[in-house]
Design a binder for this molecule. Structure first.
Ligand code: GDP
Length: 296
């Protein structure tokens, strides 16, 4: 992950060798390297533009400590801005509401919604000692319901038994009743995903959102989709009051651009990252750690 980006950015230090301080003109070449690095990493263009501008503004005239070369100083600014563009602070999952805290999972088919629902249940059980109910509203794919049931068994969560013929809204309402009766702390609702964004899908999930009033509506997105991830993210952010993002398959993404773009595009923090297929492969997302990883 991030191999190219890391390599390119380390080249930045070299381009500024021999300079005494950072100026607009001597930074030009270095910033071109940063821009290339971000382009190759498949970061969205508007994000790159803003990023470069912010780095430039911050770096010009910055006092370079005698222990640092200008190149190192610029990389320092890049580091700070990488953290900022990924949201700055770590954003915790919000469960502060009367139980059950409802988490609605949204995203395209194949993004990793169902797997992430199971992983998130496991994370909440292991780290927060929560009693979790998993609910599937994916009535169009019986296999997805079965998959979630299986995951529930594997992670020690309860599974809401869906009746044949129930619509997503009915499932949600019944699951909420069930969850109150059984004193679940958290109810995670997996929803149907389509191959592309369509009106029917958006209407359905937006109805579920109004009905359930979840404390968290998490947009699940596949990091390997690069620029496409950004377009999808925008469509979901426009249609739903998202509260956060789960960025999946970071382990398979050689470029890493989506990690840098998605926060900017949705305006919502990345709360978790999927880093492996296995059920323990979900981690809280730390912008500062990710920035350090990118810079190598
Ligand atoms: P859904 O259609 O959005 O519910 O997607 P699934 O949860 O069924 O996931 C699609 C595929 O992606 C499955 O094969 C998952 O095992 C895989 N997957 C999901 N998250 C990750 C991840 O973080 N890393 C890896 N390597 N694979 C993942």
């Amino acid at each position: 992950m991030f191999d190219n980006l890391t390599q390119r950015l380390s080249g930045v230090i070299k381009t500024l060798r021999g300079e005494a301080r950072l100026t607009e003109s001597n930074m030009q070449e270095a910033l071109r390297e940063v821009r290339m690095a971000l382009l190759e990493a498949d970061v969205a263009l508007p994000v790159i533009k803003e990023f470069i501008e912010r780095v430039k503004q911050k770096a010009i005239g910055r006092e370079v400590m005698s222990s640092l070369s200008p190149g190192q100083a610029l990389v320092g600014v890049v580091h700070e801005e990488l953290i900022a563009i990924m949201g700055g602070e770590r954003a915790e999952i919000n469960l502060s509401t009367a139980p059950p805290a409802i988490i609605l999972m949204a995203g395209l088919q194949g993004a990793g919604k169902t797997t992430s629902s199971g992983k998130l249940a496991k994370w909440l059980i292991d780290n927060k000692k929560k009693k979790v109910l998993l609910v599937s509203c994916d009535i169009y794919r019986p296999a997805a319901i079965e998959q979630l049931k299986l995951l529930a068994g594997q992670v020690g969560a309860d599974f809401f038994p869906v009746q044949a013929g129930q619509r997503p809204a009915e499932i949600s309402a019944a699951a909420l009743d069930y969850s109150r009766k059984h004193h679940h702390d958290v109810m995670i609702v997996d929803t149907a995903g389509r191959l592309g964004i369509d009106e029917v899908m958006m209407k359905e999930i937006s109805e579920l959102e109004s009905l359930l009033k979840p404390i968290e509506t998490l947009f699940v997105v596949d990091a390997m989709q690069g620029q496409d991830a950004v377009n999808t993210a925008k469509a979901f952010a426009d249609a739903l009051p998202l509260t956060g993002v789960i960025l999946t398959k970071l382990d398979g993404d050689a470029r890493g651009g989506a990690a840098l773009s998605v926060r900017h595009v949705t305006g919502k923090p990345i709360k978790f990252a999927g880093v492996a297929e296995k059920l323990t492969g979900l981690e809280p997302f730390y912008p500062d750690r990710m920035a350090s990883r990118i810079l190598g």
